[in-house]
Design a protein around this ligand. Structure first.
Ligand code: THU
Length: 134
């Protein structure tokens, strides 16, 4: 499968935000996660009336990919169309992402302003024991 550019991955994350189930926060999040073999897994946040059961877009994408047999992901884009500024993944998602992504994997996130942040998993989640011990 052809590899997908960060621009394309971001477009797919933005489209994925349309599926967000976010009636409580009204804050939609979309994620697009590129697997090593070129497959792209989309995620959106899924809220619940028992608020703490909410799953973020990023973990939703990881769990879809892993449940479809992938263990290694090479890039991630996150779109938060309801925020003006770019919003990065939450702490819990950084931990989960770091389990399945190498530290140099690119991550792009952006809000409605058009500004994008380009960084890596290693910057978002440094000194990760999994990679340090590997
Ligand atoms: N959310 C995500 O999906 N990903 C993030 O990285 C930040 C937060 C969701 C959780 C909740 O549904 C809404 O955004 C507001 O926090």
């Amino acid at each position: 499968m052809d590899t997908v550019s960060m621009d394309e991955l971001y477009r797919r994350a933005l489209a994925a935000a349309e599926a967000a189930y976010a009636p409580y926060s009204r804050f939609r999040v979309g994620a697009a996660l590129l697997a090593e073999d070129g497959a792209v897994f989309l995620g959106c946040n899924v809220e619940n009336r028992s608020y703490g059961l909410t799953v973020c877009a990023e973990r939703s994408a990881v769990f879809k990919g892993v449940s479809e047999g992938r263990r290694r992901f090479t890039a991630l884009a996150i779109a938060t169309p309801d925020s003006f500024h770019p919003v990065g993944p939450c702490g819990a998602c950084r931990q989960v992402l770091s389990e399945f992504m190498p530290p140099d994997a690119p991550v792009r996130f952006g809000g409605s302003s058009g500004e994008k942040v380009d960084t890596t998993i290693g910057v978002l989640y440094p000194y990760d024991s999994l990679h340090d011990l590997a």
